[in-house]
Design a protein around this ligand. Sequence first.
Ligand SMILES: [Cu+2]
Length: 146
Amino acid sequence: MIIIACAAIVIVAISSLVMVLPLKQNVETKYSVHPEKREFWLFSSKIPEINETKMGMSHDMFSSSTITVNTGDTVIIHFFNTEAPGGDSHSFTIYDKPYDVNLVLKPGENKTARFDATTAGVFTYECTFHEPTMRGQLIVLASGQP
Ligand SMILES: [Cu+2]
């Protein structure tokens, strides 16, 4: 009787493994990371509700406050200063090492930054003219992270 029970347990254990193994492979395939070129379009924008004089802060912002990539990706960011002639200059600046980006744009200009996402982490990008409202986070996911 004990032998039959043990045999049944072994059979159940083996059949469970057989069912789980293919599932595990599917999950790994789904989340595997292949470095690729990731391209973004970023614009200077404004928060209309902010009265700069009353609140003592800039009403300028980036059109996107997060940019997410994988480690190993080549990142291409096209930044546009949407101001009319006579308006403000804006910058797209990353001071956090190892990233070192500083695009400074006059009204109506656009420029492109290209760099490799070599290091995982969260890195601030900002406009040096309009802190703290014109700020975002570059999120570089570690390899293999979903
Ligand atoms: Cu700005």
